[in-house]
Design a protein around this ligand. Structure first.
Ligand code: HPA
Length: 273
């Protein structure tokens, strides 16, 4: 089945459940950040396992469903849990939800993640607005034949993260008294965390935070002409900065602590979008 057919199949299945709801804002909620999906009103929740063509999400801290409803007066579609390349899914499946979001009407995407802080002025618990990214996956989700109906062969990435949405997010953060950092997100395959030497390398390359997601989704969003805002929750300092090992438990504990600020910020941004 072609990608286009897969999109159409998922689209029809989802739209049948929506009773006319038409989301224009998409949210991808990262590790520990899925709680935002619980704030959506008049919600229709659709488990990924029910959607034709979708894989089942496996990683701890991820629920694995689409939630469609109303947030701050806007109709949104949120992914509670995402598909990671390290789970073994091909890039086409990792990014299929973004294709499907586009198909059901999404024009703007807020993509969130938990990430390790590379920038030594950051601390665990900070929120970082993503100004740009570096693709360290060693591959690209657009490799393969291009479907011209979906986007151009060589998409521009000079404004991968919308300047307008970035500055809106900064203003909203200031107005709401939420402290935010800004920086460059480096996307790696994982699932092993980086070595201290790799973290030093990524710092030299210009990275401020590192994580195992987001980059493929943003490439597909840009191919689909969706405007993107990215927000990282700095769940830990990257390897070698502090004299302590990294664990997924630490990532989950920190995201739990910043939950309140994260919710306040994203809701206020959605309100103004
Ligand atoms: N490295 C990569 N991915 C991550 C990290 C990290 O330190 N923290 C959360 N996701």
């Amino acid at each position: 089945m072609s990608l286009h057919e897969k999109m159409e199949q998922a689209k029809s299945f989802i739209e049948e459940k929506l009773a006319g709801k038409k989301p224009t804002i998409g949210l991808i909620l990262g590790s520990g950040l899925g709680v935002l999906g619980d704030e959506i009103e008049d919600a229709t929740a659709i488990p990924y396992s029910d959607i034709p063509g979708f894989p089942t999400s496996t990683v701890a801290g991820h629920k694995g469903q689409l939630v469609i409803g109303s947030l701050e007066g806007k109709t949104v579609v949120a992914m509670q849990g995402r598909f990671h390349f390290y789970e073994g899914y091909p890039m086409e499946l990792v990014t299929l939800p973004v294709r499907v979001m586009k198909a059901i009407g999404v024009e703007k995407l807020i993509v969130t993640n938990a990430a390790g802080g590379i920038n030594e002025s950051f601390k665990a618990g900070d929120l970082m607005l993503i100004r740009d990214h570096i693709n360290q996956f060693g591959t690209n989700p657009l490799i393969g034949p291009n479907d011209d109906a979906l986007g151009v062969r060589f998409p521009d990435m000079s404004q991968a993260y919308s300047k307008e949405l970035f500055s809106l997010a900064k203003d909203v953060a200031t107005e709401n008294g939420v402290h935010v950092q800004e920086g460059v997100y480096v996307g790696t395959t994982g699932p092993s965390y980086e070595t201290p030497a790799e973290v030093r390398m990524l710092r030299v390359l210009g990275g401020d935070a590192v994580g195992m997601s987001t980059v493929p989704e943003v490439v597909i969003a840009r191919h689909s002409d969706i405007d993107v805002l990215g927000i990282s929750c700095i769940s830990n300092m990257a390897a070698g900065i502090l004299d302590q090992p990294l664990t997924h438990d630490e990532v989950m504990e920190t995201t739990e602590q910043v939950k309140a600020d994260f919710l306040k910020l994203v809701k206020a941004i959605v309100h103004r979008m």
